[in-house]
Design a protein around this ligand. Sequence first.
Ligand code: SF4
Length: 443
Amino acid sequence: MRNFGCKTNFSDLFSILGRIRKSNEIKITDMKESDIVILNSCSVTKDAEKELNKWIRKAKREGKKVIVTGCLPNLKKIADADLSIGSGNYNKISPEILQKVINEKTENKTEIRLNGLILDNSIVEDDVDFYDYESFPRSRAYLKIQEGCDKFCTFCSIPLTRGLPRFVSEEKVISKIKEFIERNFKEIVLVGTHLALYGKNGKNTGELNLGRLVKKIAKEFQGEKIKLRFSSLSPKEIDEQMLEGLELGKNIFCPHFHISVQSGSNRILKLMRRWHTFEDFINDSEKLLKLFPDACIGTDIIIGFPGETDKDFEETLRNIQSSEVGHIHVFPFSPRPKTPASFMRKVPEKEINERVKTMLKIANEKREKFFRRFVGKTLETLVEDVNGKIEGTTPNYINVLIENPSHNNKTKIEKGQILFCNIKDVKKNESKIYATAEIAQTE
Ligand code: SF4
């Protein structure tokens, strides 16, 4: 199995595996030994599609059957997949269909697509009921609480691939968090296509919304040794109730808020049909930093959206440089099928690449500057990798490398363990920026 794309897709992978494991038709092994591979696709960028096709070709060369899940099957035909099931349809994974894949000649392809923009909560509730807990990474669990979106930003195909908004009931969210705590997970990422649309499903769901859920979680899990992280938020969607819930749950919510602003130019935000301005993003960041002074504010920026002029780009650069952002995902504009922006006049690729390079430089400077604020401090760190070196992540999204773990620590360190680390320095290699540290104390 291989996952592409976002954390919601990643969370779905464990639900797909759970359904397959429950079908008792297929033994789950690692990719090398398997004769069927599951590729959980992403439709957000052209690159994600290219990457998927590379993995399909590789699997086919190795004589394996290919099951493609995720968003892309809902957007287009996946030529070489033996079975393609679009997200929102995993309740159709059955022993019969799996048997069909196993026994059928490769020329007979089975395709299951999202038909119609489903509004039914039950399927998303189902997805979380099938989690294959033993497949989750030891360090962190991913709990899907919301699905779908109805914003239809002009560049985005997600409403077409994930359907309209729906959500997992508050009771089920609380019971799933309890289950993850009982299974000794130290961190749970609350994921969704558009978290702030929690409580929305086209029906009258009254007072139900993300702020109310956050408050309920804060009350329910006060004092628990668990950390909860939000996958991503959007500007102009953090209301008073949410802030009250975050304040109440200061000890359990990670001070890391990824708020997707997409551009620093209000003219471009209008062309993207976004419902907020850049200033709304700054207001939200300031409200959160007042509550969590050490928080990491993350964001996404699309570079080269059709019509983006030098002036728009410079405005984005200036605004991002003057903001308190500590982490930036930089995306070159990628025209997606069936979206309005795919018909708009494009910025030349050469121009986009130049601008991406410039923005990536700023992104690295902001990341390094944010990490350097914590040199000399002791930070809680969740261990994620123990192969040779020990790597982990802090609640405020700092990547930590423990240089000589055995220096003042004789106990065996394991994935999913919490350490308290003295941040020594900030270094970078070709792929990332990280803080070096020594273990001050184990959990
Ligand atoms: S808010 Fe816009 S960018 Fe985000 S999922 Fe919805 S349509 Fe896509």
